[in-house]
Design a protein around this ligand. Structure first.
Ligand code: 5CA
Ligand code: ZN
Length: 409
């Protein structure tokens, strides 16, 4: 699939800082050491509805990761998937009497537009589940041949007991895993499974549902976790730097993905860090397509909201916290954007050399975007109160905000 166009990232004077980030697996902050090419995989959308503020907040967090790395003069290999065949997508298509491929294409196109408007840097590889199927089939065959997968009435399941590291990503106990598995696409109560937590790798063709030639697996379609593993291994390989997504993906999705990959390769770990963004809610509940309590990026854009203000609203909350979207969050961002634009619209101002370092330090410190915004607020307040004589300063502030926060002033 094609991704979306990249906005240019201005180069800043001096050198960026190495990223220290919270890793779900160790439960603490780690300093990543990516080498000249940093590798990140971020789980993409299931395209059956438009991009809501929760999605946007999660992609904003990983866009900041890219920007911190680019500022250290590294290259970034960023891979994202599109789950363009899965139960929720097929169910929505049936409910609305539309073709599932058209639904997926339309919502993916809208997602690209939203990401472009928000100035999220595109992935280098943007891969759909359907196009990944030829790579998925041999992985499932290998797992089965190695005894890490088994057949149950034509469906193929992964045996979580095949990976000695199973459980280390989320750190949950068996009861919690079982509950979450039932809630998030698993089938712990299906009779005949070796372990109730075992997830499906390949689902045998069901009447009325799309299916593909699975060679020795028979006709069917891939399970959810193996999709991301196949794409990540193909484009990044084992041991890449960050596996990212919202906190609802820590278990089962990222736990299972890590185990699939570790059982396939015999290597550990799948990713150096598992990074999870908090959940954005509305009216006291997690914003989700299935609940329908959504604020869409595209609807705000249609209402004439400046995408830069939407982006500032996302940046005003720390990526790891759970928070509520309200009209006030957006109103504050609109006001901040106007203040910043006024501050950089003068030819000179107070020196911004320290500001560049403050924003760098804030973001390198577990993507502390609220601290970065506070630093820019302080410079803008000084500009408003006293001004300054540094001719390059407003331009440097603009470039800093653009390069590190993705906001065009
Ligand atoms: N296609 C899979 C990942 S392979 C998927 O989870 N798709 S999704 O459309 O449901 O979600 C896309 C991304 O947005 C995921 O990283 C998910 O964790 C994140 N996300 C979903 N809802 C929210 C929310 N309310 N707040 C923050 N992030 C969210
Ligand atoms: Zn995924």
């Amino acid at each position: 699939m094609h991704a979306w166009p990249a906005s240019e990232v201005p180069a800043l004077p001096g050198k960026g800082r190495d990223l220290r980030i919270h890793d779900t697996a160790t439960g603490g902050r780690i300093t990543l050491d990516p080498g000249p090419v940093a590798r990140i995989y971020v789980c993409g959308i299931t395209p059956y509805d438009a991009t809501h503020m929760g999605h946007a907040a999660t992609y904003n967090a990983f866009d900041l990761v890219q920007r911190v790395w680019l500022d250290t003069k590294r290259q970034v290999h960023y891979v994202q998937n599109v789950t363009d065949v899965d139960d929720p997508l097929l169910e929505r298509a049936v409910r609305d009497g539309q073709d599932w491929t058209e639904l997926a294409e339309r919502e993916t196109a809208l997602f690209r537009e939203d990401m472009t408007a928000l100035r999220m840097l595109p992935p280098r590889h943007y891969i759909g589940a359907v196009e990944a199927i030829p790579g998925i089939v041999p992985l499932v065959e290998r797992l089965r041949d190695a005894g890490a997968a088994y057949d149950l009435d034509g469906d193929i399941y992964f045996s979580v007991d095949a990976d000695p590291h199973f459980g280390e990503v989320s750190g949950l106990d068996a009861d919690a895993m079982r509950l979450l598995s039932a809630e998030r696409g698993g089938d712990p109560d299906r009779p005949g499974k070796k372990n109730p937590l075992d997830p499906m790798l390949w689902m045998a063709a069901r009447p009325g549902e799309p299916s593909w030639d699975g060679a020795s697996l028979g006709d069917g379609r891939p399970g959810w976790h193996i999709e991301c593993v196949a794409i990540a291994l193909d484009h990044l390989g084992m041991g890449f730097d960050i596996q990212g997504g919202g906190s609802d993906l820590a278990f089962p999705h990222h736990e299972m993905g890590a185990s699939h990959a570790q059982a396939l390769t015999g290597e550990h770990p799948f990713a150096q860090a598992y990074v999870h963004a908090g959940m954005v809610g509305l009216d006291g509940e997690k914003m989700s397509k299935s609940r329908g309590n959504l604020v869409f990026v595209s609807a705000l854009r249609r209402d004439g909201v400046d995408p830069a203000a939407i982006r500032l609203a996302l940046l005003s909350r720390h990526y790891r916290s759970d928070w509520e979207w309200t009209d006030q969050v957006l109103a504050d961002a609109v006001e901040r954007l106007a203040r910043w634009r006024a501050a950089v619209s003068r030819p000179d101002g107070p020196s911004a050399d320290a500001l560049v370092e403050e924003v760098r330090e804030a973001l390198a410190d577990d993507l502390d975007s609220p601290a970065a915004l506070a630093a820019v607020d302080r410079w803008a307040a000084l500009q408003g109160a006293e001004g300054g004589t540094d001719e390059g300063a407003p331009g440097l502030v603009s470039r800093t905000v653009d390069a590190l926060l993705g906001v065009a002033l």
